[in-house]
Design a protein around this ligand. Structure first.
Ligand SMILES: Cc1cc2nc3c(=O)[nH]c(=O)nc-3n(C[C@H](O)[C@H](O)[C@H](O)COP(=O)(O)OP(=O)(O)OC[C@H]3O[C@@H](n4cnc5c(N)ncnc54)[C@H](O)[C@@H]3O)c2cc1C
Length: 406
């Protein structure tokens, strides 16, 4: 008989434990939300792949990716975030209770924060699958630099990660070849890295090339490059090939569930809201211009903060708006007409000795409550009966009109 899956309930479930997810966790935990973070690999995410993070503020001497992420992790744990090391297989995100499925457990949550990041893109050259990871193709200089001490390695790519990690590798390897698809001198990295790399005597650039084939036995020993101009093959003997040619978002399991662009990056607004209420997305998995720890942290903070607001608004909506039969005056405190009408309804309350009375919902700072009511024009009066909004009066209203509901 199939084993019954365990069910656990949380305020917030965060999927992904990189910089974005951990920051969202810190904000949710600190707001005293019952928060679970699910990470399928190493807590810390992609940042743990790099040895030097020199551009994250607050660390003038730089930090190791692993060291920095350990601090994030410690801080999230300090605020009570719980961690589970498992892979999220599927999600159901519509409605007030979201469901997150892992192999053994079903997690239910009021809010889900997606912080699933990306993974390294591969070249798709011949035989690549045979040598991935521990067989000679690596995506992590930090992890594999020491094992290449005194050896020859090849870097594929010319962006910031390729060139900076390549320079880091020159501290260990005897030679670092760099395969670049562009014309001589053209690289995708920043100018400082480019100039330093070009002057580095241990680096040798192979311009206008892409990987044609990987060769080896039980371990990679040769990368065959193809010259894009002549078509000539150039076999390079190496111990490890490091690929730094970009990333693909880990969003396959979210396809047709949240809105994303053609490349699979999630579309959010400036509050990290996805197209689904109560579902936020932060970090490298989002369509965005700059994918860095600092920007992932900013996104995570916004998602965590908005998760807290969303839950508070939902609680208010249920406990103060829907809990009793009433009129709710929904207004925007910054609009003069709303202010005038507010005086009118207060006068009506006095005239009727409270027979007609109103709750007031000011949506100046957040439209969360009015969105839940389906109200887009202000002021409006929502008529609540039996735990439901049965009518909305927008614009002018009279005492007689309201008396009909009593
Ligand atoms: C080699 C290298 C060097 C870099 N150097 C720098 C640098 O110097 N400075 C800088 O600011 N940035 C640097 N970056 C970029 C930085 O690492 C990323 O921008 C940052 O880590 C993004 O964080 P994130 O939380 O969005 O995603 P990630 O760090 O990718 O975290 C996402 C996490 O989600 C998990 N996950 C995905 N799907 C699931 C699922 N279904 N279930 C459970 N878990 C899931 C993944 O396992 C992963 O751990 C570098 C990146 C690399 C690779």
């Amino acid at each position: 008989m199939p084993r019954e899956k365990k069910v656990e309930e949380y305020d917030v479930v965060i999927i992904g434990g990189g910089a974005a997810g951990l920051t969202a966790g810190i904000y949710c935990g600190r707001a005293r939300l019952n928060t679970l973070l699910i990470e399928k690999a190493l807590v810390g995410g992609l940042a743990t792949y790099t040895n030097d993070i020199e551009n994250y503020p607050g660390f003038p001497e730089g930090a190791t990716g692993l060291g920095l992420m350990e601090l994030f992790h410690k801080q999230a744990k300090k605020f009570g975030v719980k961690f589970k090391g498992t892979d999220v297989k599927s999600v159901e995100l519509e409605g007030p209770v979201k469901t997150v499925e892992t192999f053994r457990t079903t997690y239910k949550a009021k809010v889900v924060v997606l912080a699933v990041g990306g993974r390294p893109r591969i070249t798709r050259a011949e035989n690549e699958e045979e040598f991935l990871f521990d067989k000679g193709i690596s995506f992590c200089a930090t992890c594999d630099a020491a094992a290449n001490t005194g050896k020859e390695v090849l870097i594929v790519g010319s962006g910031d990660a390729a060139i900076e990690e390549g320079m880091f590798l020159t501290k260990f390897a005897s030679k670092v070849y760099v395969s670049i698809m562009h014309d001589e001198g053209t690289m995708d990295c920043n100018e400082i890295a480019r100039n330093e790399a070009l002057e580095n005597p241990k680096m040798e650039f192979v311009w206008n090339t892409v990987v044609k084939r990987f060769e080896g036995d039980d371990h990679l020993h040769t990368v065959v490059l193809e010259d894009l101009k002549t078509g000539n093959e150039n076999p390079i003997k190496v111990d490890t090939c490091f690929e730094f040619i970009g990333y693909v978002p880990n969003t396959e399991f979210l396809r047709d569930i949240v809105d994303m662009n053609k490349q699979g990056y999630i579309l959010v607004n400036d509050k990290m809201e996805t197209n689904i209420e109560g579902v936020y997305s932060a970090g490298d998995a989002n369509e965005k211009f700059l994918k860095q720890v600092a920007t992932a942290v900013g996104d995570g903070a916004m998602a965590g903060y908005c998760a807290e607001r969303y839950i508070a608004e939902t609680d208010k909506y249920e406990s103060q708006i829907l809990a009793r039969d009433q009129f709710v005056y929904v207004y925007d405190a910054s609009c003069p007409n709303c202010q005038n009408k507010l005086k009118e309804i207060e006068a009506m309350e006095t005239e009727t000795d409270g027979r007609i009375s109103f709750s007031k919902a000011d949506v100046y700072k957040s439209r969360g409550i009015s969105n839940r009511m389906g109200i887009t024009e202000f002021p409006s009066i929502a008529v609540v009966r039996y735990g439901k909004i049965i009518d909305v009066i927008t614009g002018d209203f009279t005492r007689q009109q309201l008396e009909r509901y009593l």
